[in-house]
Every structure is written in structure tokens, then in C-alpha cells.
Write a protein that binds this ligand. Structure first.
Ligand code: DAH
Length: 360
């Protein structure tokens, strides 16, 4: 048999075993046996040196070609095996994603979260973005910058939870309202500002309508011209949309907050005669939020010039808004993790409220 015949036979032999190799390990064994230092092809390569020049001239390129073809065949087979392995894994690890939908309705969105989403959708539609701040606040942001001077009796309006004093004697607090986010926002970016700040707040209180942790949404608008008229219309539109009625009627009652001047509470016209509250009609009034024009001292604390910019702010209790809208009589079950309660009052989590597509 000539060397060329021999090579053709070797090639057939190798190609057959490569394409039959059942796994990557077998392929690697073939590679070592044929192309490795002591492999069949390497040994033949070495033999080239001992051949007569004429034969070497013919066998050399053939041998090199063989070597290349074998290497290519092995890497092609390796790729094919990888694909096979991956396909087998994909087949075995297949998850039936339709399963959850066939199960009984289990989890539900808490009404407070639902109402947060609804409020955010309404204000987003009016061009507000969402801002956030920490639950653990310092005295400056929670009080001082909001025009509650140290020792001022207005601080006692909030039954504050204090953390242990730090080495320098300062004490952080669990924020008593979301108003500190106003300060953080004004100190971090120049006007115009149009934000809402939803979040948890904390006060020492516990009865049917008060829990030590509850939820507020703060609002802040700062520019050169925003005035009480804007405030009233903005919040009246909010009421109509939130309570999902054509028209809402509101009134502002004078009130006191240290951080706004003038300050007011806003009531919305409602009817309580039928046991449940209907907004937009009737002869009763329902208090729904606090608001006012941002106090010049607050603007100054944030490095803004009250001669240059002005604006309004508002704050509302989300838990109470949820109670009013969805007819929940007691606040305490909100935080009792009672499965029956959440089944009754909860919302489907995948139905995201939108102004155009429907809120609730
Ligand atoms: N921070 C007030 C509270 O917790 C609520 C509030 C009232 C916020 C008036 C405001 C506002 O921004 O203008 O009682």
C-alpha cells in the first residue's frame, strides 16, 4: 500500500469515528489519539523526514491537508455536540409558564399600593415625576428646613419616634411626614420642579384610624408663577380623577402648617347619606389633604430666592384615601397580614392603573 493509500484509509477511519463520537469527552480522546504529540498523524509527520525526497514532496501536502481536515471535522463535531447538549437541557428544563394562571387566585396587591399607583398615574399625567427620600431622616430635613425652628411648639404636632443619639448628640428620627422630600428635591436640582413623593411615615399613634406607620404622598411645584389658583385646580382635577367622577367640587379652609403660608386644608364635596361616601355630589364635605404656598423661609433654607421663585405644596394621607375610595372601615387590618382581608380588598397586581385605561 502506498503512503497515499494509507493516508486515505486513515482519513476515512478518523472521519467515521469523529462523526460517531457520542460526547465531547470521546471527541477529545480522538483528538489526542490522532493529532496529539504521540497521535497517529503526528507520527506520520515525523516519518516524512525519513522518506525519499520525491515521496516526501507528494506526501507532505497531503498529510498537512489531512491534519487540517481532521481538526476541522473535530471542531465541527464539537459544535454540533454543544448544540445537542443545549437543546437537550432546554428540553429537560422546560417550565410550563401557563401553570400559575391555572392556579386559584392567590396573591393580591395591597390597597395602599394600588392607591399609590393610582395617584402616581394621575400626577404623571399632569407632568409630575416621582421623588424619594429616606425613612430615617435627620432633624434638619424633617423639621428645621421646613420652618419648625428648634423648640418651636409645632414640632409637638408630630409624635416623633427618635433614634438613639449619635456621638455628637444629634438624633435621627423616623420621618413624621413626606415633606422632607421637598427639601431634598429643592436642594438637589434647580426649579422648575414638579414632583410627588410617595412613602412611609411614622408617628406614635395607634387606634382605628391611626397606625404608627402610615403612608403619605407629598407634592411640590416650584417655578416663577405657580399660585393658589393653580394649586386649587390641580388638586380639584386630582380629586375628580381619583374618585373617578366627572366633576369634583373642593373648598380650601385656612389652616396652619409651618412650611406653607398661606396654608389650607382641602375638602371635597360628598354625600354620606347612603352609608358609603359618594364624591362630587351631596352637601357634606370631606377633608382630604393639607396644602399651601411654600413658605419663603423654606425656599431660603434650600438656597432659593423667594423673590425669584415660588410654588405650592400639598400632602395627603394615602391610607385614608384608600379607606374612602374602597370603603374600608378600619385602618388596623391594613397591617395585620390577614389573608381573608387581602383577598377581599386586594387588587390584581398585573392590572397597572392608568388615567386613560382606567384606574381601578
Ligand atoms: N406634612 C403635613 C403633615 O404630615 C402634610 C402637608 C400639609 C404637606 C401641607 C404639605 C402641605 O406639603 O403643604 O401633616
Amino acid at each position: 500500500m502506498t503512503i497515499l493509500d494509507q493516508l486515505a484509509e486513515i482519513e476515512r477511519d478518523i472521519t467515521a469515528s469523529v462523526s460517531a463520537a457520542p460526547a465531547e469527552a470521546d471527541l477529545e480522546a480522538i483528538r489526542i489519539a490522532e493529532l496529539g504529540k504521540k497521535g497517529r498523524i503526528s507520527l506520520l509527520m515525523r516519518e516524512l523526514g525519513t522518506m525519499p525526497p520525491e515521496e516526501r514532496l507528494r506526501a507532505g501536502p497531503v498529510l498537512n491537508g489531512l491534519k487540517d481536515r481532521v481538526a476541522t471535522a473535530i471542531s465541527a463535531r464539537r459544535q454540533a455536540l454543544e448544540v445537542e447538549t443545549m437543546n437537550r437541557r432546554l428540553e429537560n428544563e422546560r417550565e410550563d409558564l401557563t401553570l400559575a394562571h391555572r392556579q386559584e387566585f392567590q396573591g393580591a396587591l395591597h390597597p395602599v399600593m394600588q392607591v399609590f399607583e393610582e395617584i402616581a398615574a394621575i400626577f404623571a399625567d399632569m407632568g409630575f415625576s416621582v421623588a424619594e427620600g429616606p425613612d430615617i431622616e435627620d432633624d434638619f430635613h424633617n423639621f428645621t428646613a421646613l420652618n419648625f425652628p428648634v423648640g418651636h411648639p409645632a414640632r409637638e404636632m408630630h409624635d416623633t419616634f427618635f433614634l438613639r443619639p449619635a456621638a455628637d448628640g444629634s438624633r435621627k428620627v423616623l420621618r413624621t411626614h413626606t415633606s422632607p422630600v421637598q427639601i431634598r428635591t429643592m436642594m438637589s436640582a434647580p426649579p422648575p420642579i414638579r414632583i410627588i413623593a410617595p412613602g412611609r411615615v411614622y408617628r406614635k399613634d395607634w387606634d382605628a384610624t391611626h397606625t404608627p406607620m402610615f403612608h403619605q404622598v407629598e407634592g411640590l411645584v416650584i417655578d416663577k408663577t405657580a399660585h393658589m389658583g393653580h394649586l386649587k385646580q390641580c388638586l380639584t382635577d386630582f380629586c375628580a380623577r381619583f374618585f373617578e367622577v366627572e366633576r369634583a367640587e373642593t373648598r380650601l379652609r385656612p389652616h396652619f402648617f409651618p412650611f406653607t403660608e398661606p396654608s389650607a386644608e382641602m375638602d371635597v364635596r360628598c354625600d354620606r347619606s347612603g352609608g358609603e361616601i359618594r364624591v362630587g355630589v351631596g352637601s357634606d364635605w370631606l377633608e382630604i389633604l393639607g396644602c399651601g404656598m411654600v413658605h419663603p423661609n423654606v425656599l431660603r433654607q434650600c438656597g432659593l430666592d423667594p423673590e425669584e421663585v415660588q410654588g405650592f405644596a400639598f400632602g395627603m394621607g394615602v391610607d385614608r384615601l384608600a379607606m374612602l375610595k374602597y370603603g374600608m372601615p378600619d385602618l388596623r387590618p391594613y397591617f395585620e397580614a390577614d389573608v381573608d382581608w387581602i383577598r377581599h380588598y386586594g387588587f390584581r397586581p398585573w392590572l397597572i392603573p392608568t388615567v386613560t385605561g382606567g384606574l381601578s
